[in-house]
Ligand binder design. Sequence first.
Ligand SMILES: *Cc1c(COP(=O)(O)O)cnc(C)c1O
Length: 230
Amino acid sequence: MVTLLDRYTSVKVKLQQAIEAAHREPKDVQLLAVSKTFAAADIATLYAQGQQCFGENYVQELAEKTTTLADLDIEWHFIGALQSNKTRIVAEKSHWVHTIDRLKIAQRLNDQRPEAMPILNVCLEVNVSGEPQKHGIAPEDVLALAQAVQALPKIQLRGLMCIPSATNDETILRAQFATMQKLLDQLQQASLVVDTLSMGMSADMPLAVACGSTMVRVGSAIFGERHYPQ
Ligand SMILES: *Cc1c(COP(=O)(O)O)cnc(C)c1O
């Protein structure tokens, strides 16, 4: 039987190989373990192996797991769609939010971030595939939103995030990842201090690393198949 630790080890090896193949440094690509729908006990198991960053998609699940695992020094990343009436829990419980797609959400997170907590790291979600059903802002709107978000005092703009087209076509994926890299360059040229490209999931992790990802978000390859509650 393949265990959680087997899968985790194999993802780490695969990531290492992708980093070497791309002539990049291990410290420049972080592994975010996407634990949505999986038990807090699985998170604790990986934490004991040195995994510190975990990604969650659902506000209620984030609230429960951060409470259950409050004793562990976990860095929590919120990577799900965020409605404005649910921002408070995220502002109080997470260290990163990857899915900012409008100023109003960023403003609420900024206003609700507790004074005693460190600044909240955020990425803008870009709809890089242009599919209408996808979340995220259009590439041409990235600079303006980045400048507005950057001005908020309790928030630190770190970079950009995307979910590319659901395809195995490497040419399409490469083009979309390249667009993300260009958008990040554009922000840097506009004197914004950004360093993060959040891209690459279980299916496209090596390609994303080859295309400049600094943070891969890997779920099923680590935790196994997801079963959503009915
Ligand atoms: C679920 C999810 C992931 C992980 O996807 P896998 O294919 O299971 O690796 C990554 N990013 C986001 C935004 C997700 O919702």
